[in-house]
Design a protein around this ligand. Structure first.
Ligand code: FES
Length: 197
């Protein structure tokens, strides 16, 4: 009696030891999703940390001064003012994200007192693009050296000035001791209307 021919394919793994194919695919896909998700979280967390960093606070926040009264700052004494514009610094405690800078200059203003006693205050920043204007006694006018804007003593812009608006006037009050207080504000430059910066 003849023997059946032996197979030359070698030994085979029993079926019960081979995991079903769909399950292996599922595990591999799940691992890829988890790893991919974790990889994506790293830049997201870094971006979030950067976004929340106190350094990204607005300039307005950085310049939040303390010690002012309803936004007014004591600038000068009434007796020191005249019809000739004088520049004064606004001194206040300045804060940034981490530090306080006591008695620091946060801006500058021009003050005048007319013959009628009326006090005018102007932000020294040019409304055109933010340079500093200076008073030219010979011309009796404010002048900005950056692009040659000019303003009369009452802050009115000269017709040929590139500035789209007059100098930015500021509120003033005088207390019972004769101290002159100015409500200091910065405004957006390059616009026809005054809008707080
Ligand atoms: S910034 Fe003053 S004229 Fe341009």
């Amino acid at each position: 009696m003849s023997q059946p021919p032996e197979s030359d394919a070698g030994p085979t793994t029993p079926d019960y030891l081979v995991p079903p194919e769909p399950r292996r695919n599922f595990v591999a896909q799940l691992a890829a999703v988890v790893v991919g998700g974790l990889t994506g979280l790293v830049p997201l967390a870094a971006g979030l940390a950067t976004f929340l960093n106190p350094l990204r606070k607005s300039v307005k926040d950085k310049l939040a001064p303390s010690g002012s009264e309803e936004g007014f700052y004591k600038v000068a004494h009434l007796d020191s003012l005249s019809a000739v514009p004088q520049a004064f610094k606004i001194i206040a405690d300045r804060k940034d994200a981490w530090n306080t800078f006591p008695k620091d200059a946060i801006g500058s203003v021009y003050l005048t007192k007319g013959d009628d006693g009326k006090i005018l205050a102007f932000n020294l920043t040019c409304p055109h693009a933010g340079c500093a204007v200076d008073w030219r006694p010979a011309k009796k006018a404010y002048h900005c050296p950056c692009h040659n804007s000019s303003f009369t003593a009452d802050g009115t812009r000269a017709p040929d000035s590139p500035s789209a608006r007059d100098l930015d006037s500021l509120e003033v009050k005088v207390d019972t001791n004769g101290a002159v207080w100015v409500k200091y504000q910065d405004f957006k430059t390059g616009e026809k209307e005054k809008h707080p910066a």
